[in-house]
Every structure is written in C-alpha cells, then in structure tokens.
Design a protein around this ligand. Structure first.
Ligand code: MLT
Ligand code: MN
Length: 308
C-alpha cells in the first residue's frame, strides 16, 4: 500500500487567507521552518495505478498538479483517481468534489449522514450521478472499494463512527444546544488494509474512547487529529470563541490530549494531520514540535509518500 499526503492542514490551510499571525507571515515569507500546507486529504493505492482519495479538499486541484501520481495519463481525458471516500461533510472535506466535475467517472463512497448532506446540496449535482455513482459506506463492516468498472482497488476499508459533530455550516440550522460530539456518523474514522498492512484514519476526533484505542492498537500507520495543540488555542489567539472540543477536535497536548491518549499504543508510525494554522506544532523550530517528536509522533507534510 502506498499512501500519499495531499494536504496536511486543517480547514483554511496554512497560511490561511485572512491570517496575519506570525506563523502565517513566516509561511508566506518562505521560512523553511514554516512550510505551507494545503487542506487535509490523503490518497491510497494498492496497485500504484488506481488511487482512493480520502476526502476531497478545496485545494484538490493544486494537490493533483503537485503530485504526478495523480496526473491523467490516458488521452483525451482520464484520471488515476478511481474512488473517493468522505469521512465528514465539512467544507474542507467535500468542497474539492466540485473540482472533479467534467465527466470523468469515479465512485463516491460516504456514510449515510454524509451522503444525505451532499444529496440536499444541489451544487454537488455537477457530479452527474450516472458518471459518479454515490455509494453508502457500510458502518463498521469491511468492504472492497471498486472503480466504476467494478474492479476492486485491492484495498479493504472499514468505516466507523467517531465522536464528532455535524458540519460547521449546518450548526445554525441544527441549533447550538443540539450540537454534540456524539458518535452519530457525522464524522467517520477509517481502517484501510492492504495485505498485512493497516492504516487508521482519525483526522477528526473529538475525544478518545476505549474502542478507538482498540482499533488503533497494532496498526502500521495512524493519522490522528492534529487541529490544535491546546483546547483553548483559538480563544487565546483571539481568532475564535470555541474550544477545540466544541469544534469536534481533541487537542494534541495535555493530560486528556491525543498524545497522552495513544502514546502507549503499539503503532508503526503516528502522524498528526488536519493541523490548524494556530497550532505551534506546525513550526519545525517550535518547542511544541520538539516535544511531539520526542514522544514518538510526527507532523504530516504535503507530498509525503509512505510505502507500507
Ligand atoms: C473543522 O474541522 O472543524 C472544520 O473544517 C471547520 C471549518 O469547516 O472551517
Ligand atoms: Mn476540518
């Protein structure tokens, strides 16, 4: 299995368009310790030819151009992207679908609740359903993703609900009091298996649970929610009023943060992804990055390819 990090940043990317923070200024000035990062997504392949995208970020067009593995090879039009699986319906996970219009087929997989969100947004009808079939991801059951010709991609995938909340842009409709971090299927995690190798995707996760720890245990590669270093980071930076948990993200640090929650588990590589532009761990020369690496974690970077 080959895994390609297309984007490692959270919604907004790094630098974010309206952020005049020191970190974003450093990223804009070309500081090598503040590497720009696009919005969160990975691509996975078993055969090196046909790729499964995990989420479709608003930066997908640039991500395709930046990674020759995803360039079209067969004229006049084609794509190595054979399927896309969505693990939430936030803007940073679904807006890239709009880049994939123009009539090249692929299969779109998502959980029931996520598909329902797409179904009620007519803009996604730019993906003609006769060309881009939408398939419901079974919950907590293994399935073999296929290309549109019905040929299995050679991967086994199992989606499962993760503590999280409905998309930010639906909160107004749902009502502030009713937005919870329930395991209702608004946010999914994934296990992806190829041969004897297993990847676990937990890029959005409001809290760790015993059953999530069990899933993580023994995997070869873990992608973990790295949105914030501290729960109150955005409040302290003066750029938001919500804690990380209220936004559906557990912090990296602290006694109930992600590092403490999974640090003891046997895992091949532990990579943080979906990193917000306020998170000091984005900066290669920060004490937070040093601490994270000392504890056996890594920060995913755009273009990183991992062969498992
Ligand atoms: C999140 O992960 O919290 C969302 O992507 C936020 C957003 O949509 O801006
Ligand atoms: Mn996000």
């Amino acid at each position: 299995m080959r895994v390609l990090v297309l984007g490692s940043a959270a919604g907004g990317g790094f630098p974010q368009w309206n952020a005049a923070s020191e970190a974003c200024m450093r990223a804009r000035s070309g500081d090598p310790a503040a590497r720009p990062a696009s919005q969160c997504s990975i691509a996975v392949t078993a055969d090196g030819e046909r790729w499964l995208l995990v989420n479709a970020s608003p930066d997908l067009r640039q991500q395709i151009e930046a990674n020759p593995q995803l360039h079209p090879r067969i004229p006049p039009r084609s794509s190595p992207i054979s399927a896309v699986v969505l693990t939430n319906a936030d803007v940073d996970a679904v807006a890239g679908l709009l880049h994939l219009r123009e009539g090249t087929p692929f299969v779109l997989y998502a959980g029931e609740r996520i598909l329902a969100v797409l179904d009620r947004n007519p803009v996604f009808e730019v993906l003609d359903r006769r060309i881009v079939p939408r398939r419901t991801l079974p919950m907590d059951a293994w399935f073999a993703p296929e290309d549109v010709d019905g040929r299995p991609l050679g991967l086994q995938v199992r989606g499962f609900p993760v503590p999280g909340k409905p998309p930010l842009w639906l909160e107004g409709e749902i009502g502030e009091d009713l937005v919870t971090d329930a395991e209702a299927g608004d946010v999914l995690g994934l296990e992806i298996v190829c041969g004897d190798r297993r990847l676990v995707w937990l890029a959005n996760c409001a809290r760790m649970t015993p059953s999530l720890r069990e899933r993580i245990c023994g995997c070869d590669l873990l992608f973990l929610d790295g949105t914030l270093w501290r729960d109150d980071e955005m409040i302290r930076a003066g750029v938001g009023t919500k804690t990380g948990r209220r936004m559906g993200h557990m912090p990296m640090s602290g006694p109930d943060g992600a590092m403490a929650a999974v640090g003891d588990l046997p895992v091949g590589r532990k990579l943080f992804i979906h990193i917000n532009n306020t998170n000091p761990a984005l900066l290669a020369d920060s004490p937070e990055r040093a601490e994270l690496e000392r504890r056996g974690f890594e920060v995913a970077t755009d273009g990183l390819e991992i062969v498992l």
